[in-house]
Design a protein around this ligand. Structure first.
Ligand code: SAH
Ligand code: SF4
Length: 413
């Protein structure tokens, strides 16, 4: 599955970036949207990797940014201090994720005084729906406005009994992949765990019986550059006292941030991993993805070889860049020993002017060649095209620290 996203927003605010290998990060572009897959032809990003990441507003009263275990402990202490009966704990904890409420005042099983006190002590983080679009094929896009005025997008994709929610992990992204609109936006800030898992919570709040069955971190941002919050969000998504979504139904997509990948590999839950490869050699990958400089392909492949769970390799087909027959052959050599599934994705047409999607024939030939070598490869078809067509035109004014202009946009495979 692939979700493509919005063209970037821009304003005058600077991104918080580090300086790697002595090269200062110069981007001053910002934006919001999901799985944004246009590119920025003007920004030179090779080798720029963020060392400093802006954090979301911190709060020790944000129960939704804690693991279910930690939030229960916090609530237990609070109840004890207030001399409330212990059985209230279960009632209150269930209202965080299992039977979520928009605000404590909706938890009508609790006495009014307790609800008021909870509202004061632990206000529940909400994502405000700023825009919503539905495709004729049932795909829905949600643009959420965050507490500080930033905006992110989630996309819900129904498929038979499955309802997959594509979620964002950061506002923008610092990694500047050539073909990606989020990269073009630059980095704004990390999302908190509440804002990450909250994207699922908001869907449940809207339609309690329509909970997403699957979650993919294929929205805006690089999840492994926001590992602490993503790690907590993974626990929330999976824990029975959280959202209770099976680990095999949760996929983290990454370009391969090796230290955090090692931490993900340590997790005992069977979360799925999708790796954005997009090129079969270091040289070609560096052309498209600046991260190649920091974590080169050979090191990434070595790490993946040690990853004991099923891996998907994502590969966007770009005319003349990575779609030659010999690219397919080289890709097969990488994918086979990993036993990886290869997801072939058409390039979103809104990319950099010099990048164009491979032709249909080239894509089919690429897939055929991989399969002929025994690789489990799938050429993805588009979904939600009607809303993606429309969303290129949709603009949502979002009040931020300044005025942020959001273009909503998504293509879905
Ligand atoms: N940062 C993570 C997750 C978000 S991007 C990552 O890169 O994996 C989710 C997926 O969308 C990635 O595989 C990414 O490479 C892909 N993508 C980005 N831009 C695209 C485009 N223009 N066309 C098709 N896929 C794109
Ligand atoms: Fe886009 Fe690359 Fe960032 Fe993923 S890592 S969101 S593809 S810029």
């Amino acid at each position: 599955m692939q979700v493509f996203g919005p063209p970037p927003l821009r304003d005058e605010r600077s991104t918080v970036q580090g300086d790697v290998d002595g090269i200062a990060q110069g981007s001053r572009e910002v934006g919001a949207g999901v799985c944004s897959h246009n590119s920025n032809s003007t920004r030179k990003t090779n080798g720029y990797i963020p060392l400093v990441q802006a954090q979301p507003p911190a709060s020790d009263t944000d129960l939704l940014s804690l693991t279910p275990q930690a939030s229960e402990a916090r609530l237990r202490d609070w109840l004890t201090q207030r001399d409330e009966p212990g059985y209230r704990l279960e009632q209150m904890a269930a209202r965080l994720w299992q039977r979520p409420v928009a605000s404590w005042s909706d938890a009508t099983e609790l006495p009014v005084a307790l609800r008021l006190a909870l509202e004061q002590a632990f206000p529940l983080t909400r994502l405000e729906l700023a825009a919503h679009q539905e495709s004729t094929d049932g795909t829905e896009k949600f643009l959420w406005k965050l507490g500080d005025g930033e905006a992110i997008e989630s996309v819900l994709i129904p498929e038979g009994r499955r309802r997959t929610l594509c979620i964002s992990s950061q506002v923008g992204c610092a990694l500047g992949c050539m073909f990606c609109a989020t990269g073009r936006m630059g980095f704004r800030r990390n999302l908190s765990a509440a804002e990450i898992a909250g994207q699922v919570r908001e869907i449940v709040l809207r339609r309690p019986h329509d909970k997403p069955t699957n979650v993919v971190f294929m929205g805006m941002g690089e999840p492994l550059l926001n590992w602490p919050a993503v790690a907590t969000a993974l626990t929330i998504l999976n824990a029975p006292q959280g959202l209770g979504i099976g680990a095999r139904h949760v996929t983290v997509s990454t370009v391969g941030i090796l230290p955090a990948l090692a931490e993900l590999a340590q997790r005992t839950e069977q979360f799925r991993l999708a790796v954005s490869l997009h090129a079969p050699t270091s040289e070609r990958r560096l052309d498209l993805m600046p991260i190649e400089k920091k974590y080169p392909l050979p090191d990434l492949l070595k790490a993946l070889g040690q990853f004991e769970r099923r891996i998907t390799l994502e590969y966007v087909l770009i005319a003349g860049k990575n779609d030659a027959p010999e690219d397919a052959d080289q890709l097969a050599k990488l994918a086979l020993p990993l036993g990886a599934l290869v997801n072939l994705l058409p390039l979103h047409p809104g990319g950099a002017p010099e990048l164009t999607p491979s032709s249909r024939n080239t894509m089919m030939e690429f897939e055929r060649r991989l399969k002929a070598k025994g690789v489990n490869a799938v050429l993805r078809k588009s979904r939600g095209l009607d809303i993606s067509a429309a969303c290129g035109q949709l603009r949502v004014e979002v009040e931020a620290r300044g005025k942020v202009r959001t273009k909503e946009h998504a293509h879905i495979e």
